[in-house]
Design a protein around this ligand. Structure first.
Ligand SMILES: [Fe+2]
Length: 190
């Protein structure tokens, strides 16, 4: 039995993402935990802290110390803050559970797309973030969560159709810009 056989993936995921407790539905919270645990196990990972944010961009920007977990937390908290602000003065129906689950899973495909900082066959053949849909589906989460994942970036042809997906898309752009702004005086340059 090696480390991986007895590793408590769910404990590692729950510790990495305190925002999980904000998901009200037990089934949805368990689904997000299952998806991250499955992605860790399938990729031989026992540690989340060392996962890079996005290796090609980090190489271009010379930002080696940006990591995936704080980025995912930035996106999740940013999307939640937007939702809370936008519902203060208008009757807008936003599912915070869908928003939180989608945000927490938006970059799950990166566990399959990079081995360390090197692109895998999944990255080469599918590109970001398409494999996230397969992970979401394999965990039994519905298409509204897969839609948030697939539409979170302009790399796919799917644009956000729901307010939850739109807010995660915008929060991801803002979080990525915050990373890029550390290396660029003009964000249009990289
Ligand atoms: Fe992201």
């Amino acid at each position: 039995m090696d480390d991986q056989d007895c590793h408590d993936y769910r404990e590692t995921v729950a510790t990495a993402f305190p925002e999980l407790i904000c998901i009200e539905s037990d089934a949805l919270r368990e689904g997000v935990l299952d998806a991250w645990s499955k992605a860790m196990a399938e990729n031989g990972l026992t540690d989340l802290d060392s996962l890079p944010w996005f290796p090609p961009a980090q190489r271009n920007l010379d930002l080696p110390d940006e990591y995936l977990v704080p980025h995912v937390r930035d996106v999740t908290r940013g999307a939640l803050a937007l939702a809370e602000t936008l519902t203060e003065r208008r009757d807008l129906d936003i599912s915070l559970d869908t928003l939180l689950a989608g945000a927490l899973l938006h970059d799950i495909s990166k566990l399959y797309e990079f081995d360390g900082t090197e692109p895998t066959e999944i990255e080469n053949l599918l590109g970001h973030p398409h494999y996230g849909v397969a992970v979401v589906a394999a965990t039994g989460l519905g298409p509204e969560i897969a839609h948030v994942v697939l539409s979170h970036t302009r790399r796919t042809a799917i644009e956000p159709a729901t307010i939850e997906a739109e807010l995660v898309h915008r929060a991801d752009e803002a979080a990525a810009a915050a990373i890029r702004a550390q290396a660029l005086d003009d964000l249009r340059e990289g």
